[in-house]
Design a protein around this ligand. Structure first.
Ligand code: GLN
Length: 483
């Protein structure tokens, strides 16, 4: 019997602890599932079975000795391929890193392993995490397990699809403009973007350093809390990781939502929001009200400027971060070149895909002398205005609820020739990245054609506990209504 579908962190860990199964058997079951599903879905790019079996054996020996097990003992996890893994190929979804084998582990991955989680392999994503559909991967698109004709969202599409198809109990993704929350919404799983600085970025291949966040994609809200617990906290290897105490996130989940003030922003329910998404989100908000939450209208007036601001700052930072792929060090090097500058140009031309090139050009332009003030500096000023919008709103409410994405999962190819319409898929998610506040996407309904719809909950800086608590309430009533 295939036991992967029913497994959460709790059920997997306690089965290992009570010796009703072994960590090795859980790993084998997940590899069998991957073997069966991955041909269609294309979520995993690289498997690391040897490393996984070593980890699993270590856990099983500890369990056999009757010693206490760590919090994620034997739980199989997949890692988005933008996080470095020692000795395991890490491509960032790019041809330029096709053969890159990092000599070190990303802090988040190291912390998971230290907590007993077992890394199965690396997950497909848009190239350098640039995209909203996973169609920008050099290794082919990922398909949405809920409907194979549709995209899983992006850029952490492999991370969301792997959880939705039970190929891992949970995964790590990264979110720069929505890339954890939007694919979670499209695939019907939970995706949590922590506060900027809550989780170390050490070992995360940089896209836009002031916007990049690592976070979990899980089957349940409780699992998201449990994973955050492990990966959160100051890391001396990342100077932007915050020296802020890490609370007990799981215990926050038990607190009632009655009496909480939840903000609803008019700007997030404007034109372009699909009717079915609107309805599902409004039903969820009504149910939160019925649980005793007070629904408060708030205004986030600079919202219309979020997408242009994001695409200026993200591309500017990306153009600088991606300068390191020059063919000299770890990246692809063109053959048969005659001069140094020809090597740079041809290596980058052969290694980068179209979207990455587009962004390097946009970002270089925005940072160039003469345009810097008009574009980059202006964008930074608008970023401050967006931050003050949120500060004002959070002086009145405990959390803000919005749709995660304006539509459910779209079809493969539907937007791939229209970058502007693709960029609009991020309209409800990018602002939280710019402001640095935490956000979660939790399933709240399904469309008539059976596609998942996500509700987004945003909180104050470092108040993931609140975001998780509201998400838990949504998960409870959504599960009830499904029966
Ligand atoms: N879709 C957005 C982009 O293409 C967000 C990507 C992300 O969050 N990594 O930039």
């Amino acid at each position: 019997m295939d036991l992967t579908p029913s497994l959460t962190i709790d059920t997997a860990r306690s089965a290992v602890e009570q010796r009703t199964t072994t960590a090795a058997a859980l790993v084998e079951a997940h590899y069998a599932r991957i073997q069966k599903e991955n041909g269609q879905i294309n979520a995993f790019l690289t498997l690391c079975k040897e490393r996984a079996m070593e980890e699993a054996d270590r856990i099983d020996r500890t369990a056999a000795e009757g010693k206490p097990l760590p919090p994620l003992a034997g739980v199989p996890v997949g890692i988005k391929d933008v996080m470095s893994t020692r000795g395991v190929r890490t491509t960032a979804g790019s041809k330029i890193l096709e053969k890159y084998i990092p000599p070190f582990d990303c802090t988040a991955v190291a912390r998971l392993e230290a907590a007993g989680a077992v890394v199965l392999g690396k997950l497909n994503c848009d190239e350098f995490a640039m995209g909203s559909s996973n169609e920008n991967s050099a290794y082919g698109p990922v398909r949405n397990p809920r409907d194979l004709t549709r995209v899983p969202g992006g850029s952490s599409g492999g991370s969301a699809a792997a959880v939705a198809a039970d190929m891992a109990v949970f995964t790590l993704g990264s979110d720069t403009g929505g890339s954890i929350r939007q694919p979670a919404s499209f695939c019907g799983v939970v995706g949590l973007m922590p506060t900027y600085g809550r989780v170390s970025r050490y070992g995360l291949i940089a896209f836009a350093s002031s916007l990049d966040h690592i976070g979990p994609l899980t089957k349940t809200v409780k699992d998201a809390a449990a994973v955050l617990q492990i990966i959160a906290g100051r890391d001396p290897m990342d100077s932007t990781s915050a020296e802020v105490p890490v609370p007990d996130f799981v215990s926050e989940l038990g607190k009632p939502v009655r009496g909480l003030k939840l903000g609803v922003a008019r700007e997030y329910f404007a034109d372009g929001l699909d009717e079915e998404v609107r309805q599902a989100v409004e039903v969820a908000i009504d149910k939160l009200k019925a649980l005793g939450c007070e629904i408060v209208q708030v205004s986030l007036p600079h919202t219309p400027f979020a997408i242009p601001t994001y695409y200026l700052i993200a591309t500017a930072e990306a153009s600088s971060n991606l300068a390191r792929y020059d063919g000299v060090r770890y990246s692809h090097r063109a053959r048969g070149v005659k001069t140094l500058s020809e090597m740079y140009r041809r290596s980058r031309d052969e290694g980068f895909g179209a979207e990455v090139k587009r962004r390097i050009m946009l970002g270089t332009y925005a940072l160039s002398t003469g345009y810097y003030d008009a574009y980059y500096l202006k964008a930074q000023k608008v970023r401050t205005l967006l931050t003050s919008d949120f500060e004002k709103a959070f002086s009145k409410v405990d959390a803000i609820v919005t749709p995660t994405s304006p539509t459910a999962a779209f079809r493969l190819g539907e937007k791939s020739n229209d970058p502007l319409s693709m960029y609009l898929a991020d309209i409800y998610t990018v602002t939280a990245d710019l402001v640095g506040v935490p956000g979660i996407s939790v399933p709240c309904g399904v469309s008539r054609s059976g596609l998942p719809i996500g509700l987004q909950i945003l909180g104050r800086h470092f108040d993931e506990g609140m975001v998780l608590r509201v998400a838990q309430a949504v998960e409870n009533f959504t599960a009830d209504s499904r029966g």
